[in-house]
Design a protein around this ligand. Structure first.
Ligand SMILES: *Cc1c(COP(=O)(O)O)cnc(C)c1O
Length: 376
């Protein structure tokens, strides 16, 4: 029997059958009550995942569209400090450069951000901070509460990419002082790719630019979102909305706390496997940074190549991710996002262990270590 490949990459993630089925319905009017109710339902669930009571809107576009919406509406012509310790932090800086004046504070990918340097920039008058909460390219979780505190202290806006933390890890937008936060549909929410959600706080609304983009104009989203039924300014990707709505129902059924705990346990299991194998975790941490709870980045041992590793794993119908840009060939990443659980993780880890051993790396029993964690 031909099996579907198992995607254990950090997004897109496998989409449950219920969610896929929701996409195949006959078209509905996006200005009607049914669409409005679906939109409102998604917003309610997403607000809980963002940890916010702020306004929240759904954009037809991938996560990067949400990042760009945040910068283009709220950071236009402003002085921006971009914190970078991986590929997506770098993307945020590049988006910033299209709209404002960016100072990049870059640390080596997978190493801690420099909070002292951030404070110096804020003291010198920076108006905006951009940061990726969970840096997917390096498997490191960045210090959102500390950055939020600093941004508030100097009256700057904090725009946060929560694309691979929201829905899989604890995020408290309001408590942490995040002014704009973004998530993408194809990561921890386990919905199809193509939607982003953006939450906007009062301080950001007060400073919204007069020179806004047309399609991603957040003031237009706000206006359309106020009515009954709730609407979007232009025709949204209706099938994706319906799928996201079903994914949100599944999240409600599981419970937000249980979902975050499950993501933690899965990442713990992968880290336990790495330890069991004798494979190094990639990130270098300090007291403010942590290992990601949704994607684990590990160094590829010197005796084998990326192809030996991922090529062998793929023979079992399982896809894991390599490194991006200069980390190509140096690291591999296992995503543990969305609806996956013990079955998928054990299969993936067994395949990786086999690949390590058959390529002459003297791996210990990581699968057994992970199994212990999964059983709790
Ligand atoms: C996946 C991802 C994005 C957005 O990517 P898209 O391909 O535009 O959906 C942005 N930031 C992070 C941290 C991501 O993991």
């Amino acid at each position: 029997m031909e099996q579907e490949p198992l995607l254990m990459i950090p997004g897109p993630v496998p989409v449950p059958q219920r969610v896929r089925a929701a996409m195949t319905r006959q078209a509905i009017n996006h200005r009607g009550p049914e669409f409005g109710a679906a939109y409102a339902d998604c917003v309610r669930t997403l607000k809980a995942l963002f940890g916010t009571e702020n306004d929240l809107y759904i954009i037809s576009g991938s996560g990067s569209a949400g990042m760009e919406a945040g910068v283009a509406n709220f950071a236009r012509d402003k002085s921006i400090v971009s914190l970078v310790n991986g590929k997506f932090g770098d993307r945020f800086a590049k988006i910033g450069q299209r709209y404002g004046m960016v100072t990049v504070l870059e640390s080596e990918w997978g190493t801690p951000l420099d909070l002292a340097a951030l404070e110096r920039e804020l003291e010198a008058g920076a108006e905006i901070v951009t940061m990726v909460h969970n840096e997917t390219s390096a498997g490191i979780k960045n210090p959102a509460p500390e950055v939020g505190k600093l941004a508030r202290k100097y009256d700057a806006l904090f725009i946060m990419d929560g694309i691979t933390s929201i829905g899989g890890d604890d995020v408290r937008m309001d408590e942490w002082g995040v002014d704009v936060a973004v998530v993408g549909s194809q990561k921890c929410l386990a919905a199809p790719a193509g939607l982003a959600a953006i939450a906007v706080g009062e301080r950001a609304w007060d400073r919204i630019s007069d020179k806004r983009p047309f399609y991603l104009d957040m003031a237009a989203y706000r206006k359309s979102g106020k009515g009954t039924p709730m609407e979007t300014p232009y025709t949204p990707a209706v099938p994706l909305f319906l799928a996201l709505c079903e994914a949100c129902k599944m999240i409600e059924e599981e419970g937000v706390g249980a979902r975050i705990a499950r993501h933690r346990r899965m990442a713990d299991a992968v880290r336990a496997a790495a330890k069991g194998w004798g494979v190094d975790l990639f990130p270098k941490l300090d007291a403010y940074h942590a290992y990601s709870n949704t994607v684990t980045a590990m160094r590829i041992p010197g005796v084998l190549t990326d192809k030996d590793l991922r090529g062998t794993v793929k023979k079992f119908g399982i896809e894991i991710a390599g490194g991006q840009d200069h980390l190509k060939g140096k690291i591999f990443r296992i995503g543990t996002m969305g609806g996956v659980g013990a079955q998928e993780i054990l299969a993936t880890l067994a395949a990786v262990q086999f690949a390590l051993k058959t390529s002459n790396f003297a791996a210990g029993d990581g699968v057994e270590a992970a199994a212990g964690v999964l059983l709790g």
